[in-house]
Design a protein around this ligand. Structure first.
Ligand SMILES: *[C@@H]1O[C@H](CO)[C@@H](O)[C@H](O)[C@H]1NC(C)=O
Ligand SMILES: *[C@@H]1O[C@H](CO)[C@@H](O)[C@H](O)[C@H]1NC(C)=O
Ligand SMILES: *[C@@H]1O[C@H](CO)[C@@H](O)[C@H](O)[C@H]1NC(C)=O
Ligand SMILES: *[C@@H]1O[C@H](CO)[C@@H](O)[C@H](O)[C@H]1NC(C)=O
Ligand SMILES: *[C@@H]1O[C@H](CO)[C@@H](O)[C@H](O)[C@H]1NC(C)=O
Ligand SMILES: *[C@H]1O[C@H](CO)[C@@H](O)[C@H](O)[C@H]1NC(C)=O
Length: 548
């Protein structure tokens, strides 16, 4: 009774220098119930297999960032992953379906991927040596990573000669050997993923949903037998491809209950990395929203055919073919990335794997220096502030440039807002206001909206934000993100005006909020992003979460 369920955020925009040109609106955060929930560990990044001579558009941005040769002892890499602990790492990518494992029955010699005319993606088959697998697993253990490993799903098949179609049953023996080795060594792989981008029409190769489903049942049997004596049961994840409704629907119908635990899909909604206008797409709200239909349709697929499973974004790099140079590794990319994290969460996506932790132009870390790029810090702030419970947040702001997301705060009471202003012109003055406390007179008046008619006139007035009954909140926390020198393609992001940079000792910097009196409005600059923590917003699903 008397619990504040709904908070109105009064938003007013002041065209700089034109005080008569004021836009205002309000954001409604519905704290009454969760609309979705992510996994505890939503943030995920990938390690790919591309060798140094993978090139796109005359640019070879992979260096030594492959799972086969990445410097696993590099302190920046280790610290970056530890700061996100536990970070999910998905090992996989285009070449995984040509990767053999040097175990058991494998007869062929174990060579790295080589450039090869006529090979899938222009490369020969490659091979993972077990001493490298040991090194990788020590690294995962040392950094506290939760690992999803993508298995070769083309083994035993052959091209049918029609388009990208491949035929034949999956040969599970080599995967069996790898998993058997992994179990016998006590390495903890959280989830085994089957195949990469073979769904629908595929990219270089494709497999029908019926065949794929049969092979998944076989893989499940392999897992059941190899983990039979183990308390830990890994998840079976598939298909790691582009969403195609018919194909995904069919896959779930063929496999039936309990086989596939997670449906992964890949997203590259910014198009090719060579596009010179990638930043325009990133800042175009209409473009960003187009991909929402995929999240919606996939959640319908799961509801209808696979209620035992959940959805992950298994790989998303924004722009495909290694990302956009001087875009994917710069501040402007965070508008896309954080908007994606917000949007995916709303559709009950449990995990979002960013292509890549390192490698290509879209690495969270720079491929050569291992220094974090802006999106690394965006991921870090999300990881630190956004809890797993998603709340509905909407607004009647006229401009579509405002993107608003709300989650329960992580590990504490209250909520955290993610506010993104895609506009390049307008600064905002954001008012946070509670409704008249309901508890005072014992009246339950939970649905009526109390809009301040003359709130424009009251812009300068201090609005009080009253939280939980009897609480004495005086501060909220704000984390404002901007580009250094307002240069959107800067590789340096500012947090509350201060560059986010490794310390002299190579440590990940602290992410300190600005503490702002609840009596003052939020100022949101054009082309900026803010996380706003409202510690005592009374949302029952959030309180329940912290009590656990
Ligand atoms: C990759 O590693 C090899 C061997 O350590 C080294 O010779 C080469 O210069 C490295 N390449 C890049 C791009 O860092
Ligand atoms: C499975 O692992 C055990 C222990 O390392 C080994 O003895 C056995 O040969 C392996 N089986 C296969 C089929 O690889
Ligand atoms: C698991 O082990 C039990 C007994 O140890 C055995 O009866 C059962 O058949 C095994 N299941 C699989 C799938 O191997
Ligand atoms: C602001 O964005 C619009 C639309 O993308 C663009 O046409 C305009 O040139 C930009 N203005 C400035 C000052 O950057
Ligand atoms: C609820 O609020 C509305 C609008 O402020 C008011 O007219 C109405 O009397 C209130 N009802 C109760 C039960 O307090
Ligand atoms: C961002 O700027 C645009 C265009 O100037 C404006 O219409 C919009 O309301 C702003 N969004 C926020 C969150 O302030």
């Amino acid at each position: 009774m008397g619990i504040q369920l709904v908070l109105f955020l009064f938003l007013a925009s002041l065209r700089l220098g034109l005080s008569q040109d004021v836009e205002h609106g309000l954001i409604l955060v519905e704290g009454i119930q969760a609309i979705a929930e992510t996994d505890d560990n939503f943030i995920c990044a990938t390690i790919d297999w591309w060798p140094h001579d993978k090139c796109d558009y005359n640019n070879c941005p992979w260096g030594n960032s492959s799972a086969a040769n990445l410097d696993l002892s590099h302190p920046f890499l280790v610290k970056a992953i530890q700061a996100l602990k536990p970070l999910r790492i998905r090992v996989g990518g285009s070449l995984q379906d040509q990767l053999l494992y040097e175990v058991g029955s494998l007869k062929s010699p174990c060579h790295p991927f080589q450039k090869m005319k006529g090979g899938l993606f222009g490369f020969s088959k490659g091979c993972l040596q077990m001493n490298r697998w040991d090194e990788l697993n020590h690294f995962f253990d040392n950094t506290g990573a939760i690992v999803t490993f993508g298995l070769n799903a083309l083994k035993g098949r052959h091209p049918s000669g029609h388009n990208t179609d491949w035929k034949g049953d999956w040969d599970s023996s080599n995967a069996y050997g790898l998993i058997n080795y992994t179990v016998s060594k006590g390495y903890k792989i959280d989830s085994w993923e089957f195949g990469n981008e073979l769904s629908g029409k595929g990219i270089a190769a494709s497999v029908s949903a019926v065949q794929y489903g049969k092979d998944l049942i076989k893989l499940k049997e392999v897992l059941n037998s190899l983990y039979n004596n183990s308390d830990f049961k890994p998840l079976l994840v598939a298909p790691g491809g582009f969403y195609s409704k018919d194909w995904y629907d069919k896959l779930l119908q063929v496999t039936g209950p309990g086989i596939v635990n997670v449906l992964t899909h890949h997203l590259y909604n910014l198009g090719p990395g060579s596009d010179e206008h990638l930043d325009r797409k990133i800042l175009d709200p209409e473009h960003l929203s187009k991909v929402e239909s995929i999240f919606r349709s996939l959640s319908e697929t799961i509801k209808k055919y696979g209620q035992w499973s959940s959805a992950w974004v298994g790989e998303a790099g924004g722009a495909f073919n290694s990302g956009g140079r001087q875009i994917s590794n710069t501040f402007v990319d965070s508008f896309w990335y954080l908007d994606q994290l917000g949007m995916a969460s709303r559709y009950n996506t449990k995990v979002y794997c960013r292509q890549t932790i390192i490698g290509g132009n879209y690495g969270l870390l720079d491929t050569t220096t291992f220094v974090p790029n802006p999106d690394y810090y965006s991921a870090l702030l999300w990881h630190r502030l956004m809890g797993k419970t998603v709340l509905a947040a909407s607004s009647d702001v006229f401009s579509p440039s405002l993107r608003t997301y709300a989650h329960c705060s992580k590990g504490r009471d209250g909520i955290t807002l993610l506010l993104i202003n895609l506009s390049n012109q307008t600064g905002f003055t954001l008012m946070v206001r509670d409704r008249v406390p309901l508890s005072s007179g014992g009246h339950e008046n939970g649905t009526s909206i109390h809009v301040e008619n003359s709130f424009i006139n009251n812009l300068k007035r201090a609005f009080s934000w009253i939280g939980r009954k009897g609480s004495d909140v005086t501060f909220r926390e704000e984390y404002h993100l901007n580009a250094k020198d307002n240069y959107l393609r800067s590789q340096t992001m500012l947090l509350n005006g201060v560059p986010l940079e490794l310390t002299n000792d190579g440590e990940i910097p602290k992410t300190e909020p600005r503490l702002i009196s609840v009596h003052s409005p939020i100022h949101l600059a054009p082309l900026s992003i803010a996380f706003v923590v409202l510690p005592y917003f009374d949302a029952p699903p959030c309180a329940a979460q912290t009590k656990l």
